[in-house]
Design a protein around this ligand. Structure first.
Ligand code: GDP
Ligand code: ZN
Length: 327
């Protein structure tokens, strides 16, 4: 009997120790339902879920018996091994173990409209901080540019684009409804596991659908986190035809921010980082303390006033005990 291993990405948990796995270089694009091996179930004491959506796994094919083994699912393989996770986003803590919901998410796609609703850079900064705090890359997408005149775009949007690009965030100008900017977004999504973030009405669904026609994700508003209607098993990944995955969950937002308790706010502003060790106090909040290198950098023009103001607003929220999920 020849044994051949396949590799793939777990895209969905179907329950009962069964998972859908999107097999790499597979002629058949549909995922295979795989059973988790008993040895894996016991193996990892630190997590309550040995296999989670987003995991890259090694699969042993199972010879099809043609029988419907468990419920409606035909077990088409065994998950033999979970490859090391690059990252995990966990939902809360249960006892000493953390319940992992999504592995290997590496990018946030932050969608903002330039009009309807008007661009709010403070809101953008909050999304960026949430991504930074989870060590995700960010792609910024300014959508609905068709609602602005060229002249307005140049005057109002171009400087903002330039600022964020300088900070290291790629910015794409898009009009999802008109297929503008779509190839650029696709190029950024390729070979990544991404989550789409943004307030409702900015065009997330439209953009997702333009990027991958026919794909409809649940891309809700970031503020409706934690209403408790959905469980961790709701997370799934949708393969993109050109490579990569989009995470789908009513709480992508939820997953990204899930119950996150602590945040090193100043570290989440890339342009602050070079100055953080130069403040007089090593626990400087960069708010009122004397000899603060961050505030000096604002005065010197190395940090923009707008970004600094964003920082202070978020700092106040954190100091007031506003939970991140309520941002
Ligand atoms: P979501 O709530 O973020 O998923 O936003 P939707 O994709 O549902 O879009 C909200 C509204 O904005 C819909 O009426 C869309 O047709 C519209 N919309 C989306 N993208 C664009 C765009 O690029 N230009 C314009 N003018 N309208 C858009
Ligand atoms: Zn300081």
């Amino acid at each position: 009997m020849t044994e051949e291993f396949l590799f793939g990405t777990v895209t969905r948990a179907v329950g009962g120790g069964l998972y859908e796995v999107d097999i790499e270089d597979d002629e058949d694009p549909s995922p295979r339902v795989c059973e988790i091996r008993g040895v894996l179930k016991k193996g990892r004491q630190t997590t309550t879920q040995p296999v989670v959506v987003g995991d890259r796994v090694k699969v042993r094919e199972r010879e099809s018996t043609g029988a419907n083994v468990k419920g409606i699912y035909l077990r088409e393989g065994f998950i033999e091994e979970v490859l090391p996770r690059r990252s995990t986003l966990s939902r809360g803590r249960i006892g000493k173990t953390s319940q992992i919901t999504l592995a290997n998410l590496d990018q946030a796609v932050i969608v903002m409209a330039v009009r309807e609703p008007d661009l709010n850079t403070h809101r953008l900064d909050r999304f960026l901080v949430l991504a930074e705090s989870n060590e995700l890359k960010s792609l910024i997408c300014f959508n609905k540019i068709d609602l602005m005149k060229k002249r307005e775009l140049k005057k109002e949007i171009a400087p903002i684009k330039e600022l964020y690009e300088k900070l290291g965030y790629p910015v794409v100008l898009a009009a999802a409804d008109e297929d503008v900017g779509v190839p650029e977004v696709q190029a950024h999504l390729k070979d990544h596991i991404s989550a789409v973030l943004g307030s409702s009405g900015v065009g997330k669904s439209s953009l997702v659908n333009a990027v991958q026609p026919g794909l409809h994700l649940w891309v809700g508003e970031v503020m409706d986190i934690g209403k408790g209607r959905h469980t961790t098993t709701d997370v799934s990944l949708h393969p993109l035809d050109f490579g990569g995955y989009l995470a789908d969950t009513p709480g992508v937002k939820t997953v990204v921010l899930f119950e996150q308790q602590e945040i090193n706010l100043d570290q989440c502003f890339p342009e602050f980082r070079p100055f953080l060790h130069e403040c007089r106090f090593n626990n400087c909040t960069h708010d009122h303390e004397p000899k603060c290198a961050v505030r000096a950098a604002v005065e010197a023009g190395a940090i923009t006033q707008a970004r600094y103001d964003s920082y202070v607003k978020m700092l106040r929220d954190i100091q007031a005990g506003v939970r991140l999920r309520d941002w």
